[in-house]
Design a protein around this ligand. Structure first.
Ligand code: HMG
Ligand code: MG
Length: 299
């Protein structure tokens, strides 16, 4: 059975803009987030408190948070890798954070300068201190299906990483197909491995990159398994600077079109969202890769 309502976890300002060659001006980022909130999105991942040399595109995190538009019922989670990042995020007044783990050894080194086991020692004090401060913590797991250096990733390995994040206090796990290699059957297999391992589907979100054009099919497979939180980025922005072959996320417009067709509630005004992606594409200097944006913008 399909869910009646889905929460869209909009990652465009973070996952999208972290991958742009140029740094988008902070005023443009703030207006982007304001437009997304006015289009009805209620979960807007805003930025990351990571090392500014690692991700210079998001080095303005403090400045951006100070400019965030306040809308009732809108939350602005941020990525935090370590205690230094948490100190910065708490000083900026955040209420929701996400730590980001790797399911593979190689990506833990490349993305976190850590390793599979040591990443949990980075996160443990972050999660504990955040929860004590009343801050909610999501846990990403990257490379859930395949890794550019290690190949296919076993579902059991992903579940073991996810369970450790959950034991540390993450209230939701977002399963990342960082390089977009999943297909509907590998999605079903991973979700089934989680649920048979005792993690309720209500605690799982999916995070698909569209590198191989499978993001929508994978989303439908996840919805059919009962997933009710789906990550996407407006206009299909995105990628990961430390995972070469990754392209944009599932486009929020493509997701909204699918949900509308399935009769699943989501709360987003598609026309306002398309206008926003067309407006941002003007700033970025290239058209959105989203098929729905292109079709609707051409009307
Ligand atoms: P490191 O170099 O090992 O850091 O990087 P360190 O702990 O050794 O510290 C070195 C220096 O950096 C110190 O300064 C720290 O204070 C400073 P010094 O004492 O030398 O003057 N430092 C910081 N400064 C500001 N903010 C911080 C911070 N931390 C340390 N937070 C680190 C380790 C984790 C920091 C680094 O590897 C990093 O920033 N990585 C982030 C990579 C990233 O953002 N990747 C993209 C997000 S993940 C993603 O996109 C996947 C996802 O979308 C899901 C999917 O698609 O699968 C979520
Ligand atoms: Mg991502």
């Amino acid at each position: 059975a399909l869910p009646g309502r889905v929460t869209i976890w909009e990652v465009g300002a973070r996952d999208g803009l972290q991958n742009e060659k140029t740094v988008v001006p902070v005023e443009v980022k703030a207006e982007f987030l304001d437009r997304l909130a006015r289009a009805g999105l209620t979960t807007l991942e805003a930025t990351s408190f990571v090392h500014p040399k690692w991700v210079p595109q998001l080095a303005d995190a403090e400045d951006l948070l100070a400019r965030l538009p306040r809308h009732d019922g809108v939350r602005y989670p941020v990525l935090v890798p370590n205690e230094r990042g948490l100190d910065r995020a708490l000083a900026a007044g955040v209420t929701h954070i996400a730590v980001f783990a790797s399911a593979t050894e190689t990506f833990a080194r490349r993305n976190l300068n850590s390793d599979l086991d040591a990443q949990f020692s980075l996160f443990e004090p972050v999660i504990t201190r955040a929860r004590a401060a009343g801050v909610d913590v999501r846990g990403y797991v990257s490379m859930c299906f395949g890794d550019p250096w290690e190949g296919v990733v076993a579902p059991e390995q992903v579940v073991s990483v996810g369970r450790r994040l959950r034991d540390l206090g993450c209230t939701q796990l977002s399963l990342g197909d960082t390089i977009g290699v999943a297909t509907a059957s590998s999605v079903e297999r991973l979700l089934d491995t989680f649920t048979s391992g005792g993690v309720p589907v209500g605690e799982l979100a999916v995070h698909f990159h569209d590198t191989y054009g499978q993001a929508l099919a994978n989303t439908l497979a996840a919805l059919r398994r009962g997933v009710t939180t789906v990550d996407s980025s407006a206009g299909g922005l995105g990628g990961c600077p430390y995972a070469g072959s990754a392209t944009g996320n599932l486009a929020t417009e493509d997701l909204v079109w699918l949900l509308d067709g399935l009769g699943i509630a989501h709360g987003v005004d598609l026309d306002a969202l398309v206008d926003t992606s067309v407006w941002l594409a003007g700033h970025l200097g290239r058209p959105s890769p989203s098929r729905v944006v292109r079709a609707l913008a051409a009307r």
